[in-house]
Design a protein around this ligand. Sequence first.
Ligand SMILES: [Zn+2]
Length: 162
Amino acid sequence: MPYDMIDLRYIFDKTNGYCYHCRKKLAWKNYGVVGVRGAWEVDHSNPRAKGGTDYIRNLIPSCISCNRSKGILSSRKYQDSIFLGTLLKHSERYPELFPKKKRRKKRQKQPFGLRIADANKILTVSGSFPAYGAYIGWVKPKSPAEKVGLQAGDIVVQINNQ
Ligand SMILES: [Zn+2]
């Protein structure tokens, strides 16, 4: 149900702006905004499903995680369950509330401008004689590698006469 500003402020101030259950700091402006820091909702201390009323005495500020985890538990039972650790971590239970940061795959840098493979493996697979050295699979145009005359398909067997 929608609440008017006066009710909301009253409910928020009941706990000085902390989640009634887990004591997390709430952000007044993030009322009902899922997925942001300090997001909060109005919770029925005694749930409606158990006959709890919309009377303001029964309304408390709750972070969204607690409100949704609580379900039809009374506040007392919910707090007990937090205490006993019987609830899953919020992030496991409501992964959509905790968007994971995407990890970018690190791409290997090729400062010299080429990709190499073990020549031995490549030639053996293709049926030719085994060779030793580095097979040049790719040369970046205008890279240092190209400037010294390397081409894709070359096999480097010597570096500085070693
Ligand atoms: Zn909470």
